[in-house]
Ligand binder design. Sequence first.
Ligand SMILES: [Zn+2]
Length: 121
Amino acid sequence: MGLMNKLSSSMSNTAKSFSKVSNNMIEISKLNLSIKRREEEIREKFEEIGQYVYGRLKRMNMINRIELVELISEIHGLEEDISSLEKLILNLKGVNLCEACEIELDDEAKYCPLCGKRLKN
Ligand SMILES: [Zn+2]
């Protein structure tokens, strides 16, 4: 391969890796947006819980647990979504996490420094 060909081939590889990085950036901002939406939804549900409990207490009535359980389980689902989205972001950023305790690890780490779990890499 001539020098010009080598040069243009390495240029296109650089361009490819740049476009991969910028695709990741787009993906990360989409995920961050999804997290923000869910956090907003959780705040709304907290408010709903607050209004419900307040209304009940104000009238000195019993609190209907079933209605609260539903809201709480919706919030729990949103929190789980957020934690999955956060993991996807760390993945796109190339951050290595311990599967057991989810702390950030060095790329070179063979064992988790916190829990001692052996890492598959
Ligand atoms: Zn660990």
